[in-house]
Write a protein that binds this ligand. Structure first.
Ligand code: WTA
Length: 651
């Protein structure tokens, strides 16, 4: 299994003066698990504290005495760590490079000094609008500089930001706004993606007509495209108008390390998306430390993570990690294939990007377009590549390594989750030889284990469910408004451990290979969607009686969405209705949730107690009707035959 022929050693000459090497990794990893207090107490010195912590960790996964606290008597402010402390030595260094959707739009370079002033002006404006410590602010913005400014301005005044991905629908915005009780929303007139306009402000308007959203007092609107929007006074205010004229400095709020920094909604296997709550000290420390070590960060690097700030990757590795490390971080508004499929590589050349971090789905899509679109660009500035969001298949890994990186640049395949705050398993590029498709070894302080269905810990080379047996500082602290759900979701399945929801195998070299979700979460192009969310969206449609959704292998997206739908009696199955249902789901959740295939299901395979047997539906969707297994416990086994007959067969 270890396949040593496929071992990619650290390239000679890769290491710089601050690169972590193999022996340092081994030594520090051992220290981090043997003496976590000493290790993380030292690591905490990388942040600036108003009051340095004396208590390092206070953790128990025991359900009777559950607590996760890090640096609990420390006080700091995240925006001060990302901005103020760099001003004396790096005020003129570029903090953010902004590259717009169209290559014809002039790129922006924002220095740390300028970013600090922008953040302070907005922070002052928010305070004037009555936003203070602990208040929730929803951010629904395109990939523009103001997205980072808004997050940091909230952090500065102790408001808890909740970024909602710009691709989400009014319903999804409303669900999130009402769950966290936002007081204010920051949005833009419109976004731009691949030359198309996205009606952000109109989506907010529609969301605020829905029930549960009346906590929102103010909507700040960034003028981005200049498109016409409907301003409803006095609720809606132009961002420029409230920010211009504000002072360039703003007294930061003193935050306890365990005060909330942000809420980010993510899908689970049941119910509505949950508000993952991250706190200030542990999160920031972990984001900054992992960013520096995993990307082997150097002062002169130009670092580009292509994620959207609406996802955790954008939080930790576009904004908080890089800025806490005084890095130059590129924000890209556009998409990989606009105006053509060389766009990523052209942006790399234009801004002399040295570290490039993207998702397997983008790599696979670009791989399909052939080498020429890559090879006509230089990419000689690159020295390190990263991957995140889903398992990367070895074929895509090799293409990324050989074609994009010209076999020069190590690849860091980083495994982590919204819940983990930062990277947990990844190569350190100067220390760990890589294998295509493996996230390799754990980061400092991270203790993975594999368990079987009964919770027995598996040793050596094995495959099972991935758990983490002890806490790390970036761990989420709660589900907003529902602490019990946090405990039930992550700590009940395997007592004493955090359950990741992922399956995984470990080879003889101790390398981890994530195999994907083992729960009812589908990972579509690196975006998490719960099957329960999709099913409830489908049954909201007046003609739908019942729906069951599963994932199936998809060449580009990793997984696609396969929905089985039963209509109410008397309704007619038609192509037009199929199209309508796809549009309906897009409307309810957002375009990333579009079903790839809807199969009409006159009946669903149910046990006698009425439970849908998803295992069977998964096999049919995978086009593996010979692997259905035992169907004898079904109430009506004949429904399976008709589903198999009518299944969608990819060409
Ligand atoms: C998957 C994104 C394999 C995994 C940071 C996890 C990965 C889920 C990898 C979290 C990787 C993420 N290899 N699988 N390198 N990175 N995943 O919360 O299934 O959007 O549980 O966080 O993505 O997705 P989330």
């Amino acid at each position: 299994m270890s396949n040593t022929a496929e071992l990619y050693p650290v390239p000679p000459g890769f290491a710089g003066p601050t690169t972590i090497g193999a022996s340092e990794y081994e030594r520090e990893y051992a220290r981090s698990v043997q003496d976590p207090d000493g290790f993380w107490g030292d690591a905490a010195k990388r942040l600036d504290w108003f009051k340095p912590p004396t208590k390092i960790r206070n953790v128990s996964y025991d359900l009777a005495d559950f607590r996760i606290r890090w640096f609990e008597d420390g006080e700091l402010n995240a925006s001060v760590n990302c901005l103020d402390r760099h001003l004396a030595t790096r005020g003129d260094k570029t903090a953010l490079i902004w590259e717009g959707d169209s290559p014809d739009t002039e790129a922006l370079r924002i220095s740390y000094r300028d970013l600090h002033a922008r953040v302070c002006r907005l922070a002052n404006a928010l305070r004037n609008l009555g936003v203070g410590k602990g208040d929730r602010v929803t951010i629904y913005l395109p990939m523009i500089v103001e997205a980072a400014v808004a997050m940091l301005a909230c952090a500065r005044i102790g408001a808890v930001h909740c970024v909602v991905f710009g691709g989400f629908s009014p319903n999804s915005i409303a669900d999130r706004v009402s769950d966290c009780g936002s007081k204010l929303i920051i949005t833009a007139d419109e976004g731009l993606r691949g030359g198309k306009r996205v009606a952000l402000k109109a989506n907010v308007d529609a969301a605020l007509k829905l029930p549960g959203t009346n906590t929102v007092e103010t909507v700040l609107v960034v003028r981005h495209t200049g498109g016409a929007v409907d301003m409803q006074m006095p609720r809606d205010r132009w961002y420029d108008a409230v920010v211009d004229g504000q002072p360039d400095t703003c007294e930061p709020e003193r935050m306890n390390a365990e005060d909330p920094l942000f809420i980010l909604y993510t899908s689970g296997s049941t119910g509505k998306p949950k508000g993952v709550l991250h706190t200030t000290g542990g999160y920031l420390l972990f984001a900054s430390y992992t960013h520096e070590a995993v990307f082997d960060l150097r002062d002169e690097d130009v670092y580009w993570c292509t994620a959207d700030v609406g996802w955790v990757t954008g939080h930790s590795y576009i904004v908080y990690g890089p800025l806490a490390n005084a890095a130059t971080s590129l924000i890209f508004e556009g998409v990989p294939n606009y105006p053509d499929v060389s766009r990523f590589w052209n942006v790399i050349d234009k801004h002399q990007v040295t570290i490039f971090y993207t998702a397997p789905t983008a790599i696979r899509a670009l791989m399909r377009e052939g080498e020429a679109a890559v090879k006509k660009t230089s990419r000689s500035s690159l020295r390190l590549l990263g991957s995140v969001g889903e398992p990367i298949n070895p074929e895509a890994w090799r293409w990324y390594y050989e074609v994009v990186g010209d076999s020069r640049c190590p690849i860091v395949d980083t495994w982590w989750q919204t819940e983990t705050g930062g990277i947990l398993i990844s190569p350190l590029p100067g220390a760990i030889a890589t294998k295509p498709g493996s996230a390799t070894l754990p980061f400092f302080g991270v203790q993975p284990a594999l368990v079987d269905a009964d919770g027995t810990v598996l040793e050596g080379a094995a495959a099972g469910n991935l758990v983490i047996t002890d806490s790390w500082p970036g761990q989420m602290r709660s589900v907003y408004g529902d602490h019990q759900r946090f405990i039930d979701t992550y700590f009940k399945a395997y007592p004493g451990s955090y359950f990741t929801g992922d399956g995984c195998r470990r080879d003889e070299d101790g390398y981890y290979w994530i195999t994907g979700r083992v729960d009812d979460v589908i990972n579509v192009s690196g975006h998490r969607i719960g099957t329960a969310e999709l099913e409830s969206a489908l049954v909201l449609h007046a003609k739908v009686a019942e729906a069951a959704v599963v994932g199936f292998p998809h060449d580009i997206k990793g997984q696609g969405i396969y929905a089985y739908v039963t209509l109410k009696s008397g309704e007619e199955y038609s192509e037009a209705l199929r199209t309508e249902l796809v549009a309906h789901v897009r409307r309810e959740i957002g375009p990333t949730a579009s079903p790839d295939h809807i199969q009409w299901a006159p009946g669903l395979p149910k046990t006698r107690s009425g439970k849908i047997m998803r295992r069977i539906l998964r096999k049919i969707a995978e086009n593996a009707p010979d692997q259905l297994g035992d169907t004898s416990t079904l109430a009506d086994p004949s429904v399976v035959d008709s589903l198999v007959k009518e299944r969608y067969i990819p060409n």
